[in-house]
Design a protein around this ligand. Sequence first.
Ligand code: PSU
Ligand code: MN
Length: 309
Amino acid sequence: MTNFRNSSVVINDEVANTLEKGRNVVALETTIVVQGLPSPVNLEVAEECEAAVREGGSVPATIGVLDGRVIVGLSAEQLRTLADPDRHAAKLSARDIGLALATHGDGATTVAGTISIASRVGIQVMATGGLGGVHRDVRDSFDESADLTALSRNQVLVVASGVKSILDIGATLERLDTLGVPVAGFRTDKFPGFYQSESGFSLDWKLANETEAAVAFLSHCELSATGFLVGNPIDPKSELSVELHDRALSSALERAKDLGVSGKEVTPVLLAEFARYTAGASVEVNRQLVVANAALAGRISAAIAKERV
Ligand code: PSU
Ligand code: MN
């Protein structure tokens, strides 16, 4: 918390108490709620993620910025306020948070924003849907998500179903290698493909269970200052068909090009076009995978708390 004035960071009582004891807290992001999923599914998913973290044996801390304050553990009411389209909450990456506080703004935190706050308040685990990464047009756009650099700077374990399939997955895995961020599959040696259980890329490391994940992360933290990515695939029975996925992807990339979007608009536009093209099927898959990731993060965080003592 050293980087913030106390008055700018509000940690809810339950989260603060848990951080003093077992530290089995899981951070949840809000960009997926505000910019990533359509209403009203977005708030349902946020609630389901919190419940899933609890079922896994940990306390959820959904993070966002309201009226120039970082809230660690938003109430249901605060989350509704943040998600209200009339609030026009900004999408906050790690670099934006100080500015949002100084200007008394509202904002939803990305993975990058969330883990930079989480690590400063002592939260070591977070869950998301698909990590950000290197975009397919990177040679022209230089567009690479700050999620990657944030993971290289914060000792936080992130559970994700791989990286979003709108990205250049191979290039993203190479960047994670360069940045010193370990990538392990949970009960799989295949890197998950976000809307699909497999991306076509294999992994060097496979975790057998939550305890192994906890021990690997804590051992990593003794030796390195970087984060840790755990890939948790969607159940193959629920995945989007390859054929529909590929058609939706072409349409989404085309649409983003036509609109001429750049910067932080790119990912929300691509996800929204996926939702439109698949008539909501991609939203349903996104919901299932992010809730499953929250549940696994809850179990891993509980296992870390056990191993740490
Ligand atoms: N996972 C999802 N949906 C999302 C995101 C992740 O299933 O909307 C969000 C996360 O907040 C992630 C962000 O950090 O997308 C990546 O945005 P960008 O590509 O602009 O860095
Ligand atoms: Mn970007």
